[in-house]
Design a protein around this ligand. Sequence first.
Ligand code: GLC
Length: 427
Amino acid sequence: MSEAPANLDWFLHDRFGLFVHWGLYSLPARHEWVRNREKISNEDYQKYFDHFDPDLYDPRVWAEEARNAGMKYAVLTSKHHEGFCLWDSALTGYKAPNTPARRDVLRPWVDAFRGAGFKIGFYHSLLDWHHPDFPVDGLHPMRDDLAFREREQDRDITRYTQYLHGQTQELLTQFGKIDIMWFDFSYARQDWGWAKGKGKEAWQSEKLLKMVRTLQPGIIVNDRLDLGTGDVKTPEEYQPRAWMEANGKKVVWEACQTLNGSWGYDRDNMNWRPVVMLVRMLIDTVSKGGNLLLNVGPTARGEFDARAIETLRGIGQWMRLHQRSIYGCSASEFTPPPDCRFTQNGSRLYLHVFSWPFRHIHLDGLAGRVEYAQLLNDGSEVKMIEIDPHQESQNVTIQGKAGTLTLEVPVQKPDVVVPVIELFLKS
Ligand code: GLC
């Protein structure tokens, strides 16, 4: 079997995906880095393993909520930094089948999402705070336990890397076609004096990537193996100011964002982002040629909590009416007016209006280029005028500007979180 480059066509069309962070950290429900933040030992963390029992888990319900929100692909944490594995790996006992759950919880997820027409991906942690051969460094939960560090100083990273490669092989040979491999993360440049960060040497990234591409031809691999940009650059928890570049060249990118600042279920975190902010984030991303991977952290009972469902359904209401201004769209050659974004798909130009203006929207550079305009939510016509550039502003007459197309919009903002005006460009 030969290596094949990533197939990005579907990815660049679908634009919107679901990220799911689920593991033992869903039980303490204090962020997925709880072991690091609270410096919890393996022994003290064992209680979460002994109580992992998601009795309400039905991934078909997750898939339905994601599909309804307009998401087209999904990425689940097969293993996060805590080291707990959701599937029945032959290489460890630290896995879901050995908990009160008594089953592989990854396969039903794959079957449910694939069954609902989603493209499938795995988020797999390169770090492993549970594995006995993973050398302790400055991110490890036991970093400040000098006796532990002393006792464990002879850990052999090559044995851990063998485990990492072995499990990656399991994931890419036992679950059918996998479309995305989302590795996380490399920190080779960090140095704590007593320990160094880990990157491509530690993970043997070139060898790992070669295996991944051979086992799953066309798979998309992200940019966190310490091998440059990968197939997709993954900014996290911020919105880039423009289409992302590497070495001066525009690259494929995907913003990964949370609903409240935590990837894992974080019970007492009330910092939920309003639906309008998330819809604008999706639009802003596509207007800069990117994808959005929006995260949910399910509870320990195996459900999306009510706040996450409410948010997804709010996004879904907007996507039901406006999805063609997202799917198959990318950045536009035209510059939008203030407080607006353009997305474009061939001769269809979508003006996303973030703050509804009074009566007029002036589109510089579009005079003579548009044959028809309508509000996308209800298909109602939007009148277009080209003001004579020689016209002076006097009383009710507006100053004209050469090359500008002016849209006449209703005073009442359409009852959608972000109104969109669909412009049919002349060919
Ligand atoms: C960050 C977080 C990690 C999360 C990842 C997702 O690296 O630290 O917990 O899984 O982002 O992008």
